[in-house]
Ligand binder design. Sequence first.
Ligand code: FES
Length: 175
Amino acid sequence: MRQWELVSTGVFRFYSAVEAFDLAMVDTERVKAICVAHAGLEGPLLPILHAVQRAFGCVPREAVPVIAHELNLTRAEVYGVVTFYHDFREVPAGRRVIKICRAEACQAMGGVALGVAVLKHFGVNWKETSADGAVTIEPVYCLGLCSVAPAVLVDGEPHGRVEAAHLIALAGHKP
Ligand code: FES
C-alpha cells in the first residue's frame, strides 16, 4: 500500500491510520539552485537527480520540468532517466529501505520464505512502503553475498543469513 501521495503542486502528504501531515514543499527555486550548482559538470543530469533526491527524499514530478528547462532537455528525456534507474524514487521511501535478494542462491536458501514473511508482516507488496512509514521493501538480484544467503541490504548495509524476525525488528516492529 503506497501511503505517500502528491496532493497538490509540490505538496506530498503522508497518510497513516492516525495522522496525515505535510512531508515537504517542493521548492522549485531549490531545484534550480541544484541545477546551477551542477551545471559545469560534464553530463550533469545524473548528479542533479541524485542531489534533488538527497534534498527532497525523492525526485518529485514537479522537479522534472525545472530540471528539463535548466538543462535544455525535454521533460520526457529527464523523466525517462528518472524511471530508468531504480534507485530514483518519485515518492519518499520509508524510514528504512530493505532490499531482499531474489536471485537464485538466495531463493534456494530461504529467500522466498523470507520475502513472503516480511512483506506479509508489513502488509505491502514489493517496492511499497508500509502504512506507518517504517519501511520500504524492494527486490534486488544478487548482492555478491551468495555464500551467506539469504542476503539483504538494510539502508545500504549488507546482512547475510537473514531471518524474517531480524528484519522486522530492524524496522522497529515486534516480530
Ligand atoms: S543470489 Fe543473493 S546474494 Fe547472490
